[in-house]
Design a protein around this ligand. Structure first.
Ligand code: ATP
Length: 240
């Protein structure tokens, strides 16, 4: 589905991401983890077209989209759920969803909206509420819902759990797993490892801009030293 080939990104002279390669298959969650400054956000921004890589290629469903500008990537099937959610605070839940599906005809808009409300009952009860007055967890649900509206094949999710209560994080992860079962491909960037290890099919660990390790969550738990080496002290979930 999504193939990232030897991606390199720089800010001036500083290389933030160097020759990073990975794939995200259809109906797969790939968890991209790493310590502060490892290059996770830079990678996701490059995939969304918001940062121009200095080298490497991004292939989506066999098509090279490396030079497709950000505003056209949505039409290619890539949707970004940015860190900090960034919903339109002065618009209602319904209006935020309308913006997510702005390129759709009325029928598709309706279908996707129903899908979002089925996934997030809390949003369906708050359709007319201003997004700015939603709780942090509800805003994250809305950010996910808005991305779902565009019918993407790949969802790029940056720091899903940042600043959220555990119950809201559980809810958002539940929906991600549901989306995976519907065939979405999901690249999930997280700093907190516990849930991402649990929910991802595979993990990719970045270390100072380079891909340091890939494997399954179970392998990461078995080789706990790996997580400790790249992420510092981390709460490794038990295998039970
Ligand atoms: P965090 O988890 O702390 O958000 P990250 O893994 O997402 O970190 P990035 O934000 O991608 O890492 O940063 C990778 C490197 O690029 C870091 O060394 C960072 O200082 C640098 N960097 C990021 N944004 C910029 C920028 N706008 N200008 C210059 N350097 C930047």
């Amino acid at each position: 589905m999504l193939e990232v080939k030897r991606l390199s990104c720089a800010y001036g002279d500083i290389m933030a991401v160097e020759e990073v390669s990975f794939t995200v298959g259809r109906g797969e969650i790939l968890g991209l983890i790493g310590a502060n400054g490892a290059g996770k956000t830079t990678t996701i921004m490059a995939l969304a077209g918001l940062i121009r890589p200095v080298a490497g290629r991004v292939i989506l469903e066999g098509k090279d989209i490396t030079s497709v500008p950000a505003h056209l990537r949505a039409m290619c099937g890539i949707a970004l759920v940015p860190e900090g959610r960034r919903v339109f605070a002065d618009l209602t839940v319904d209006e935020n969803l309308t913006i997510g599906g702005i390129r759709l005809d009325k029928k598709a808009d309706q279908r996707n909206r129903e899908r979002v409300f089925q996934a997030f009952h809390r949003l369906s009860e708050r359709r007319s509420q201003l997004a700015g007055s939603l709780s942090g967890g509800e805003q994250q649900m809305l950010a996910l819902g808005r991305a779902m509206m565009a019918e993407p094949s790949v969802l790029l999710v940056d720091e899903l759990s940042l600043g959220l209560m555990p119950i809201a994080i559980d809810e958002c992860y539940r929906v991600l797993r549901h989306l995976r079962s519907e065939g979405f491909s999901i690249l999930l960037v997280e700093q907190s490892t516990e849930r991402v290890i649990d929910s991802s099919d595979r993990l990719a660990i970045l270390d100072t801009g380079r891909l340091a390790w890939t494997g399954t969550g179970a392998e990461a738990i078995r080789e706990g030293a790996i997580l400790n080496a790249y992420l510092g002290e981390t709460e490794v979930p038990s295998n039970s």
